[in-house]
Design a protein around this ligand. Structure first.
Ligand SMILES: Nc1ncnc2c1ncn2[C@@H]1O[C@H](COP(=O)(O)OP(=O)(O)OP(=O)(O)O)[C@@H](O)[C@H]1O
Ligand SMILES: [Mg+2]
Length: 327
């Protein structure tokens, strides 16, 4: 069961078939990554495959913290998966493992068929954390352009891309502002724009809306849902909020207290969240305007949150957390 029973995730079938969609998101699998004897190039390589991963941190004085134990997680291209669990259960560590910011003690992490290290070198990731982490001495546009500048993209191209991204996150009028002139929510949107600058096929988000008030947070969730539909990006989101996880995700991975394990994975099927393929007339010719293809809009967020299926999924996640020992 997924949120888009008829269409599959964006970035897989419908969206990839569309010319002009910014990310032909999932890089083609390399020959050596395909299973032996598999001659079918259409076989989908997972966006993320975490297999048998443990993470043990040494502690000063000789002890050790077993942060993660026996983690198995596969995320399909275009899928949106949330990680939820009690504080200290290893959510950030798991996200950092996927992003090659820490190494597993045991097991393997592959991203689009490559080891995480190679995926990072190939800039497959966009990462945003709870703190926006903007450079105060660069303008909003300058912050968004930074990763492009680092990778030698021309000034003209950087400008154009920054403008496009700031429009995408609703900050088109703030390109020349300084970070200090923005609210916390606006800074987070800049951080998300920056994370999307290089059209990464995989977005890793660690509590990006944790510091925001409830209403701003819900608006940001709707915007993230829209951005995801428009770009077809695969997303892994760490959150403490059950409604946030349910609203945004195709699946919610529920983790137990330390040592963190994935104790349950809840499929989320919300009829209100229609995908491009369900809009009737096939895929759009390019990135869709909000609402144009049945994708989420800022307005339909409330409808989705008020439906019985939403409450049922929230209850299922809550019960899974309890069963896993989180409460
Ligand atoms: N660099 C590190 N060195 C030592 N221990 C670490 C390190 N990073 C994380 N840990 C430990 O690993 C465990 C998991 O931490 P992690 O930050 O992944 O939890 P979390 O689920 O993200 O928690 P929270 O919800 O509070 O952010 C904790 O016990 C933490 O102390
Ligand atoms: Mg954390």
């Amino acid at each position: 069961m997924t949120a888009r029973p008829a269409g599959g995730p964006p970035g897989s079938s419908a969206v990839e078939a569309s010319p002009g969609v910014p990310a032909a998101q999932a890089p083609a699998p390399r020959e050596e990554d395909r299973p032996a004897g598999d001659a079918n190039p259409a076989v989908t390589v997972p966006a993320v495959a975490v297999q048998g991963v443990d993470k043990v941190f040494p502690v000063a004085g000789g002890g050790a913290t077993v942060a993660l134990a026996g983690i198995e997680l596969t995320v399909a291209p275009g899928e949106f998966v949330s990680l939820i669990g009690p504080s200290g259960c290893g959510k950030s560590t798991l996200l950092r493992l996927v992003g090659d910011l820490v190494e597993p003690t045991r097991g393997e992490v592959r991203v689009f068929g490559e080891p995480a290290r190679a995926a990072r070198a190939a800039q497959r990731y966009g990462i945003a954390f709870q703190q926006a982490g903007l450079l105060e001495w660069r303008t909003v546009a300058g912050n968004v352009e930074l990763p492009l500048q680092v990778h030698g993209v021309s000034r003209k191209e950087r400008r154009a891309r920054a403008r496009e991204l700031l429009d995408l996150v609703g900050l088109g009028d703030f390109a020349g502002h300084w970070p200090a002139q923005l609210s916390g929510g606006m800074q987070q949107r800049v951080a998300i724009a920056r994370a999307l600058a290089e059209r990464p096929p995989l977005l890793l988000l660690d509590e990006p809306f944790g510091a925001l008030d409830e209403m701003t947070r819900e608006r940001m969730q709707s915007e993230l849902a829209r951005i995801r539909w428009e770009t077809g990006t695969t997303v892994i989101l760490v959150t403490h909020s059950i409604p946030e996880a349910v609203f945004l995700s195709d699946r919610v991975a529920v983790m137990s207290p330390r040592p963190g394990r994935i104790t349950d994975i809840i499929d989320v099927d919300l009829p209100g969240r229609l995908g491009p393929a369900q809009a009737g007339e096939g895929a759009p010719a390019g990135p869709a305007a909000p609402g144009e293809t049945g994708g989420p809009t800022a307005d339909d967020g409330d409808d989705v949150r008020e439906q019985a299926a939403f409450f049922a999924a929230v209850t299922a996640v809550r019960e899974a957390l309890r069963a896993g020992g989180a409460a």
